[in-house]
Design a protein around this ligand. Structure first.
Ligand code: ADP
Ligand code: MG
Length: 562
């Protein structure tokens, strides 16, 4: 549908109110627009808690050049046309308020291109007015950059929390959409740090693993329940895995993220009698039902919905979860300590290290039960393969290769996503002869390799000259590493996105090996960097980087406790 300004009588039927309260609200609206445009890749980047900069890029349908300006008019939307549509909304947006609301309180740049326009459009808006407009190309999709949010609205600014707290809201919003749309690839860069990255392979468990850590992801139970009336799908915690608050309950209605006391109660009811007082389950649940069954037009930010048949929804959700729980063999009421590491924990660890204690304001993100990887003290090296370290929670045996792989993997992906891969030109180019298959893979992935810093030129007859490589692989056998990399890229069965594939190969081949003696200084540096990693406890292939023996375990083993 083309973008049109809604008729006044329709506007008057729309739940009005403040749409952009804080940077995270703008992020939410922009992501929803990308999803509505059918994007399969969405990248979000923010700086200074989103106040300095928010940039959301997608590969969705784009906005036709003839409509780009109209998109910033209040109540201009391509998603509904008349009052009848209001009862049957299948898109996330429908009010045509987000873009004008954002543009009114910030400087906005948009670059967008559809598949049918030969050239895309670029606009620069200040306080809602278009101050520059030109034709510019882009791959199909849209990028919107929001700068200096609320600059002219000091009262609004005053109500915002620290950049860190705003970041945590933003991270929460992006995580929720990543959970709602496992089939979409999300990336989130907070102040140039890659905070979240999902594969878009459609597997909810993989997204959960990125957000809450591998251990949690492995423990969650799958819910799939379909009746004629509604479908309930997702993952829920077994009774042995609990949280001390409700912020690990995520509900989506037809993939719209909602806050719903009704759904919260339904989920908690399913665990009735299984959890200790004060403990709450984890759940990521999507409810699908016909659009006419839900009224999404009840709240200005669309965060709440009203069901036509509340009771039936409540019962359906409770039953679906109960059923899974009844199939879990041991319904124990003992809470297990949480030790998986997620980016949330690392973020909070990091902010504490920087002395930026987070606000006492009840943000969406819960106070975290335990920090992922505490500061560790290196004690020595075992068999030239493992680093022995101690922390406040006991003994850690760290696999030096796996740990270094994790560090390099994160580093190269961050560099790649910022388009700042450290490149090393070779004084003496290396000549390589590739097999036909290798050569095909090389040609097919030329851009990919260039993005990672490789400069490989043809030199006649399947011979090539390697003139530059990513700096981190300098110490490896370059021919061998490129060979492995090409093998990996050639493997079509491999569902991993290519950049992760490249990062994985590079990390694996550049990481210190088992059997290599390390100095104390080297070990300390390794551990320090591991502490900063997003998922220090697993290598990029998902294998553990460390074995942890807690003080409690040690005491038990030595018979010091009863
Ligand atoms: P709404 O989403 O309620 O329609 P918005 O103000 O968010 O209102 O957006 C206005 C219109 O601009 C949308 O209806 C859509 O046609 C277009 N639009 C906004 N963002 C995008 C995007 N990322 N990709 C394609 N079209 C977009
Ligand atoms: Mg919108």
């Amino acid at each position: 549908m083309p973008i049109k300004v809604l008729a006044p009588e329709l506007v008057s039927k729309i739940a009005a109110g403040e749409v952009i309260e804080r940077p995270a609200s703008a992020v939410k609206e922009l992501i929803e627009n990308s999803l509505d445009a059918g994007a399969t890749q969405i990248s979000v980047e923010t700086q200074g808690g989103g106040i300095e900069l928010i940039k959301v890029g997608d590969n969705g349908a784009g906005i036709p050049a003839s409509e780009a300006e109209l998109a910033f008019h209040r109540y201009a939307t391509s998603k509904i046309g008349d009052i009848a549509d209001l009862g049957n909304i299948s898109s996330l947006g429908f009010r045509g308020e987000a873009l004008p609301s954002i543009a009114a309180v910030a400087e906005v740049e948009i670059l967008t291109q559809t598949s049918s326009d030969s050239i895309g459009s670029y606009m620069y808006l200040r306080k809602g007015d278009v101050v520059r407009r030109e034709s510019r190309s882009r791959a199909q999709g849209t990028s919107i950059t929001v700068r200096r949010l609320f600059r002219y609205f000091p009262v609004r600014l005053k109500f915002l929390k620290s950049a860190n707290a705003e970041n945590s809201h933003i991270a929460h919003v992006v995580s929720q959409y990543a959970l709602a749309f496992p089939e979409v690839r999300f990336s989130l860069l907070l102040d140039k740090h890659l905070s979240l990255h999902t594969t878009g392979n459609g597997d909810l468990r993989d997204v959960v693993s990125q957000i809450y850590g591998l251990e949690v992801a492995q423990k969650l139970l799958k819910v799939t329940e379909a009746s004629a009336f509604l479908g309930v799908t997702g993952l829920v915690s077994p009774p042995s895995l609990t949280r001390s608050n409700r912020s690990y309950l995520s509900f989506f209605v037809n993939q719209r993220w909602v806050r719903s006391p009704l759904l919260t109660r339904a989920a908690e009811e399913a665990y009735h009698g299984l959890l200790m007082d004060g403990k709450h389950p984890m759940a990521i649940i999507n409810i699908s039902l016909p659009a006419q069954e839900v009224d999404v037009n009840v709240h200005p930010t669309k965060a709440q919905v009203k069901f036509r048949h509340e009771q039936a929804v409540f019962a359906g959700v409770e039953k679906a979860i109960k059923e899974v729980l009844s199939r879990t063999p041991i319904a124990t009421t003992k809470a297990v300590p949480f030790s998986a590491t997620s980016w949330q924990e690392v973020a909070s660890l990091r902010s504490q290290r920087q002395g930026m204690v987070s606000d006492s304001e009840p943000t969406f993100i819960a106070p975290l039960p335990a920090l992922g990887l505490p500061v560790l003290r290196v004690l020595g090296q075992l068999a030239n393969t493992y680093v022995i370290a101690e922390g406040p929670e006991g003994l850690y045996l760290i696999d030096q290769h796996a740990a270094h792989e994790r560090i390099l993997y994160d580093k190269i992906l961050v560099q790649w996503s910022k388009k700042e891969v450290e490149v090393q030109g070779l004084l003496q180019p290396i000549s390589c002869e590739f097999s036909p298959r290798e050569e095909e893979t090389l040609k097919a992935n030329k851009d990919v390799l260039t993005q990672f810093g490789f400069a490989i030129e043809p030199f006649g007859d399947r011979s090539y000259l390697v003139r530059a490589v990513p700096a981190l692989m300098l110490k490896t056998n370059i021919r061998e590493t490129i060979g492995m990399l090409l093998d990996n890229l050639a493997n079509k069965e491999n569902p991993t996105p290519w950049e992760e594939n490249v990062a994985e190969s590079l990390a694996c081949h550049s990481a210190i090996r088992a059997g290599q003696q390390l100095s104390n200084e080297e070990m300390r540096e390794l551990i320090k960097q591991l502490e900063q990693a997003q998922q220090p406890r697993t290598c990029p292939h998902g294998r553990p980087t460390m074995i942890h023996l807690s003080s409690h375990q040690l005491e038990k083993e030595f018979g010091r406790t009863g």
